[in-house]
Write a protein that binds this ligand. Structure first.
Ligand code: MEV
Length: 340
């Protein structure tokens, strides 16, 4: 993807005319919101929905994306997660290349001429739908900078950079979106620890979009307020969602579709009780179940955004038809299966 050439400065960096980064969407199978309070959650990659960033090296910092075409200085506030990911990735590759372990990188190493340029971002992932769009964009940007510089970044460095961008996009985020867009396999996320989930069967999931944007920060803030007002209610629901996540992990391992579907249905009701449901989400959940889905629930922050449904492989077309008939704005399938 890149054509490295020697660094003119000889400082250890190699520049490239174009650096490319890509990242996929995610869907949270179970445990969203509870994960903010330390409970485990499971996220799946959605490989069919991707984001691509290209850094064309040289010239002033400029952006080319849906929200802004122009210089970084003129970019609207909504671009801050992207510009932060870009600038901090530049600092990181500079510091990695020159052996500076101090995160406060000397200013003369930032904004090096051959790491500035025009950053273009194209994304198929609908924004504000709980599919990890902001994290995927940040991940793609970080990887574009790394490939442009010729300095590979490790997973820990990439995770840190994407998570800093996510904190700007969503305020206090658990880190599950960052982990999920950087993983090609289902993960269990618990208090910052990430482990792959063992899968002992074939599971087909359908993700469907209400078409209604929603803010994760607003949804998380709503649950926080409810917890302050009714701690017993919220803590009880968090505990139950935590148990359901462990049940789902077992179902994935054992190939148990029926119990998995039932756990998803119960999780949807718990999320409704946490106040992050909506009529649009309920409409799609009901449509998916009526069309044969074994279980369905909201996914991500809720309020609007998407649902995820579990379907038998032979029923997928019916589930998709049912969701479209109920007004789904977009649908995607993601299949999880064991490698054995
Ligand atoms: C958003 O995809 C998941 C939430 O649990 C927020 C978070 O964990 O940061 C709602």
């Amino acid at each position: 993807m890149t054509t490295p050439r020697p660094s003119p400065s000889g400082a250890g960096l190699t520049a490239a005319p174009v650096g490319v980064g890509t990242a996929h969407a995610k869907t949270i199978l179970i445990g969203e919101h509870a994960v903010v309070y330390g409970a485990p959650a499971i996220a799946l990659p959605v490989h069919g929905l991707t984001t691509r960033a290209e850094l064309h090296v040289g010239g002033p910092w400029a952006l080319d994306c849906d929200l802004h075409h122009g210089t970084v200085d003129d970019a609207p506030a909504a671009m801050a997660p992207v510009t932060t990911a870009w600038q901090q990735a530049v600092q990181q590759v500079s510091s990695t290349a020159t052996g500076h372990s101090d995160p406060a990188v000397p200013p003369h190493l930032t904004g090096r001429p051959h790491l500035t340029g025009r950053l273009s971002v194209t994304s198929e992932i609908p924004m504000q739908r709980g599919l990890g769009s902001s994290a995927a964009v940040a991940a793609a940007v970080v990887d574009a900078v790394a490939t442009a510089s010729g300095v590979p970044l490790g997973l820990a460095e990439r995770t840190e950079l994407v998570q800093r961008s996510e904190m700007i996009a969503h305020g206090k985020a658990s880190g599950i979106d960052t982990a999920a867009v950087l993983s090609n396999v289902p993960i269990l996320f618990e208090q910052g620890a990430i482990s792959p989930v063992a899968v002992g069967g074939r599971f087909v999931f359908v993700v469907a979009d209400t078409g209604i944007p929603s803010s994760t920060a607003t949804a998380v803030g709503g649950v926080r307020s409810l917890r302050e007002a009714q701690p017993g209610l919220v803590n009880g629901l968090v505990d139950r969602l935590s148990e359901l996540t462990r049940v789902v992990a077992g179902c994935l391992q054992q190939g148990d579709l029926d119990t998995l579907g039932a756990a998803m249905n119960e999780a949807h009701e718990s999320l409704n009780r946490l106040g992050v449901g909506s009529d649009g989400l309920d409409r799609l959940v009901t449509a998916a179940r009526r069309a044969g889905a074994l279980g369905a629930k909201l996914t991500g922050g809720g309020l609007g955004g998407c649902v995820v449904a579990l379907s038998r492989a032979e029923d997928v077309d019916e589930v998709l038809d049912g969701l479209h008939a109920a007004g789904a704005g977009g649908t995607w399938t993601t299949t999880v299966e064991g490698s054995a």
